[in-house]
Design a protein around this ligand. Structure first.
Ligand SMILES: [Zn+2]
Length: 268
């Protein structure tokens, strides 16, 4: 019984102490008392000031180091650092990968970010953004027959679109879910690449989006993006019907003929 009580106490104290350390650092950063590159007080002083044991302090600092908020330099001390976006990306990956329907949910976030970014891009994009978008559009054309490279090029075009919006926060959010979106881009390409007319659509639609940004027409750009996502979803549905139909037909005796048909489609 005693053992149980002491474990509970230790846990509660540890959690409270940890939160105290995190809150302290957050407050100091927000108030400007501490800035990136500053050194925290020595361990002994800091633990006394925060009223936590040195062990709790050390654990809290290690946790903060893992998210990149501080850097522990042995023999120097604990330095305040700025977490980079890749940390956030990893966080999102772990958090979202444990949700079912993760790809659909990421699409929702992606749609929200891109819609605002494209409106900003119509106001803010400069020549470097236009050049980058043109380059990525060219890559889409070049890779149109390859689902993997094509999915990658498509993703890079949309990334350039968000970059052209010039909002560091939107860019950070977008790249923080990038690895998960990359998976969804590839999945979608593989699903839809067999659909009739898909290649022409992909090239033409990305070009129209590009032209609308260059013309700085936010209304048209936004409308095109809505269509882009809708048509993408339509193609995915068609691809779904198609593979369902193919599965049905494959279980029928005339399998060989159907396989032949599919190959002919793919070569078109
Ligand atoms: Zn696209």
């Amino acid at each position: 019984m005693d053992g149980f009580v002491s474990i509970v106490r230790e846990k509660a104290e540890g959690k409270g102490g940890y939160e105290g350390v995190v809150a302290y650092l957050r407050e100091q950063l927000l108030s400007g008392e501490l800035k990136t590159g500053d050194c925290l007080l020595p361990e002994r002083e800091l633990s006394a000031r925060l009223g936590v044991s040195r062990q709790v302090l050390r654990e809290a600092l290690r946790a903060l180091a893992m998210i990149g908020a501080v850097e522990i330099r042995h023999g120097v001390g604990t330095i305040v650092s700025r977490p980079d976006v890749s940390t956030l990306g990893e966080f999102f990956t772990f958090a979202l990968a444990q949700q079912s329907e993760v790809i659909d949910d990421i699409m929702e976030a992606r749609i929200a970010i891109e819609h605002h970014a494209i409106r900003l891009a119509c106001r803010r994009a400069g020549q470097a953004d236009f050049d980058r978008l043109a380059e990525r559009l060219y890559d889409i054309v070049e890779t149109i027959r390859d689902p993997e490279a094509g999915g990658h090029a498509d993703f890079r075009f949309h990334e350039a679109l968000v970059q052209a919006g010039g909002s560091p926060t939107l860019i950070s959010l977008y790249s923080s879910i990038a690895s998960l979106m990359m998976r969804s881009h590839l999945d979608r390409r593989e699903q839809i690449i067999q659909v009739e007319g898909i290649r022409e659509f992909l090239i033409d639609h990305h070009r129209k989006i590009f032209e609308a940004i260059v013309a700085r027409d936010a209304g048209v750009a936004d409308e095109l993006l809505t269509r882009h996502f809708e048509i993408g979803a339509d193609f995915r549905r068609q691809a779904g019907f198609r593979s369902a139909a193919a599965n049905l037909r494959n279980s029928a005796p005339e399998t060989n003929i159907i396989q032949g048909e599919q190959n002919a489609d793919r070569d078109r």
